[in-house]
Design a protein around this ligand. Structure first.
Ligand SMILES: Cc1ncc(COP(=O)(O)O)c(C=O)c1O
Length: 374
């Protein structure tokens, strides 16, 4: 099997722990365990036996997750190691060689990369910057065929932070129903909508949906490695069969914490922290972008922990990212990893002082090394 390098993850893995200012993350700055647990809970954790759990997740945790999706129960849920494993199990369960997949791009790029390796034909339908990074849904008709198995979307979107209006969510559901295809929605940024109105899940509007989500992004706990799939019980069962072959279970410590933070009032508090963080940093980024409008522009994100900036400099985005890393010890993610040169992604979930200092280094550097030479 030949597989394309997953450059988005590889760049972060190689460099994010080596730079002074990491602005490449897409989630909100992570919690410490002691910020989440009471003294009594920390003590319970110290007494926790580190055994195996259930390979699909404990019934209690699956039920807590199901409660986030009206009408769903524990049988609709499998707990995974991060949403990355959820995506992987989804693809392994529902796709096979010769199938076709529609991918709304740009997105996290994991599903398309893996699907191609499996011999699936991938059709891309673009989000259009001039339309606020929304898709032109008429394009779907041009790529659908009787081999199309799944339409996959990352919503809210990585990297643009765009969210679909309710009519478009419904139109996508109607389209999928018309052709009897699955919708796979990676909703790991749901809950971090800046206006405070949590979007509906695709699972709320269409039965033949499979949802990826988890605690890494809007919930700011990537180190727990807790993700999940929510879908029809038969499809969840297929994913469970495959999970026995991949990672067996999630970690006992992580499941213990997940049960606590998914309690509704707790989750609300966590999401409020995320929104406060992101709104403050977005304002800072917008001010910086206004001061640098001679080379930067962007469509403000509506949700999630990142913004996708367009730059007007005669340099490739990967080269620019390496320059910032080597010269400034600042890591951003080049648009190239999304197949979109001329852009870079900045994490707005970073600590505010890091974001401020990183942006300041970038603009100072660009003025002296690129703009003054134009
Ligand atoms: C849309 C999306 N899905 C899944 C993942 C994987 O996240 P994790 O496995 O940490 O939950 C990411 C990570 O950036 C992402 O952006």
């Amino acid at each position: 099997m030949e597989i394309q390098e997953f450059s988005l993850e590889r760049i972060q893995s190689l460099y994010e722990n080596l730079v002074e200012l990491n602005l490449s993350d897409s989630g909100v700055h992570p919690y410490k365990l002691k910020e989440l647990l009471t003294a009594e809970q920390l003590q319970q954790l110290a007494d926790l036996e580190l055994g195996y759990g259930w390979t699909n997740g404990s019934t209690q945790l699956r039920q807590s997750i199901a409660n986030l999706y009206p009408g769903k129960c524990a049988d609709n849920v499998i707990v995974t190691n991060g949403s990355a494993e959820a995506n992987f199990l989804m693809a392994m369960s529902l796709l096979k060689e010769g199938d076709e997949l529609i991918v709304i791009v740009p997105n996290y790029m994991q599903i398309a990369g893996w699907a191609r390796a499996m011999g699936v034909r991938v059709h891309e339908v673009a989000l259009v910057e001039e339309q606020g990074w929304l898709p032109d849904l008429d394009k779907l008709q041009e790529v659908v065929s009787d081999k199309t198995k799944i339409l996959t979307i990352c919503h809210p979107n990585n990297p643009t932070g765009s969210t679909l209006p309710l009519e478009q969510i419904q139109q996508l559901a109607d389209f999928a129903k018309q052709y009897d295809i699955y919708i796979h929605a990676d909703e790991v940024y749901k809950g971090a909508e800046f206006d405070g109105n949590e979007l509906p899940s695709f699972a709320d509007v269409y039965d033949k949906t499979i949802i990826t989500s988890g605690l890494s992004k809007a919930m700011a706990m990537p180190g727990l490695r807790i993700g999940w799939l929510v879908g029809l019980p038969d499809d969840i069962y297929l994913a469970w069969q495959r999970k026995d072959y991949t990672s067996i279970t999630t970690g006992a410590v992580s499941e213990y914490v997940a049960n606590i933070v998914l309690e509704p009032d707790f989750r609300k508090k966590v999401l409020q922290r995320s929104k406060d963080y992101l709104m403050a940093n977005l304002a800072l980024l917008q001010e910086w972008a206004a001061q640098n409008s001679d080379w930067i522009s962007f469509v403000p994100p509506k949700a999630g922990g990142m913004a996708f900036l367009k730059y007007r400099l005669p340099i490739n985005s990967t080269e620019l990212a390496h320059e910032f890393r080597n010269e400034l010890s600042v890591l951003i993610l080049p648009g190239d990893v999304y197949g979109l040169d001329g852009y870079f992604r900045v994490g707005i979930g970073a600590p505010t002082d890091h974001l401020q200092e990183g942006l300041s280094r970038i603009s100072h550097y660009v003025r002296t090394h690129h703009l003054d030479k134009r």
